[in-house]
Design a protein around this ligand. Structure first.
Ligand SMILES: Cc1cc2nc3c(=O)[nH]c(=O)nc-3n(C[C@H](O)[C@H](O)[C@H](O)COP(=O)(O)OP(=O)(O)OC[C@H]3O[C@@H](n4cnc5c(N)ncnc54)[C@H](O)[C@@H]3O)c2cc1C
Length: 233
């Protein structure tokens, strides 16, 4: 099948191509140096600078619904953007999007977490994988136990993309052990939004390619009840 690009798509392709050539490719030696030294590939300041340039060029929220300030340009445009940015190994993505799960949050949570994530002022990460639980969610061990008005989280998460930079995590924890066992891991778990200030610690996992993996430790991290996001069916 031959896919012909529309004039608009060609224009976007050309603009992104120029952005990659001018802004990303020159950063490659710095990224390599940082990776060899075990540092994040891009410093927070550099990342912020790129984000501002991307916003100024109008590439923000490419596939985010318009009601949340996105451009909602569709899959084809997204594919064009990914094809062009993949020409550099600098790990930069045009932001303005958020994990799907945040769109199911309540209004207060949307204002506090979804909107700032889309705007790029907050960074999120999603944490399900644990040292002994990958594909098999029955093996999740992180617990969330209610203590008065708070939920207290205990456990470990690993291989979490962007975890070291995140301001908050959406962490999957067991809230009903029996149900979790009897439903073979499909129920009895809840996704909690936990701000970093609430006490969780993250640590880089050094990999050959830099994609921001990290591991977490929740040791009695309190998580207030109003941060409850939703039960995963
Ligand atoms: C680049 C990258 C980014 C990631 N980012 C995140 C993130 O942001 N958040 C997060 O929570 N996790 C993240 N992960 C972790 C990822 O979700 C897990 O690697 C994935 O769930 C697989 O788990 P595992 O590596 O433990 O492999 P395993 O679960 O041990 O699986 C190994 C192999 O065994 C097979 N297998 C497993 N169980 C069964 C079974 N019961 N029957 C038959 N075959 C089976 C699997 O299909 C697979 O082929 C990331 C991983 C990578 C590589």
């Amino acid at each position: 099948m031959h896919l012909r690009l529309t004039e608009e798509q060609k224009m976007v392709q050309e603009t992104i191509r120029k952005f990659v050539e001018k802004e990303l490719i020159p950063l490659e030696p710095e990224v390599l140096r940082n990776e060899i030294q075990g540092k994040p590939s891009l410093s927070k300041e550099k990342l912020k600078e790129l984000v501002n340039k991307a916003k100024a060029a109008g590439f923000w929220g490419i596939n985010t619904p318009e009601e949340y300030g996105g451009a909602n340009l569709g899959q084809m445009m997204q594919a064009i953007v990914i094809m062009e940015t993949s020409k550099s190994f600098v790990p930069f993505q045009f932001g303005g999007s958020a994990d799907n799960i945040l769109y199911y949050a309540n209004e207060e949570q949307k204002q506090k977490y979804l909107i700032p994530t889309i705007e790029g002022t907050k960074k999120s990460c999603f944490a399900m994988t644990e040292p002994a639980a990958g594909s098999d969610t029955q093996r999740i061990r992180m617990t969330a136990v209610k203590d008065g008005n708070e939920w207290v989280l205990n456990g470990e998460k690993t291989f979490i993309t962007g975890g070291n930079e995140a301001d908050f995590v959406m962490a999957i924890a067991i809230t009903d052990k029996e149900l979790h066992q009897s439903s073979r891991g499909r129920e009895g778990v809840t996704c909690f939004i936990v701000d970093r200030e609430m006490g969780w610690k993250s640590e880089y996992i050094h990999t050959m390619g830099e994609w921001g993996a990290s591991k977490f430790s929740f040791r009695s991290s309190p998580c207030s009840r109003r941060k409850y996001l939703r039960r995963i069916a």
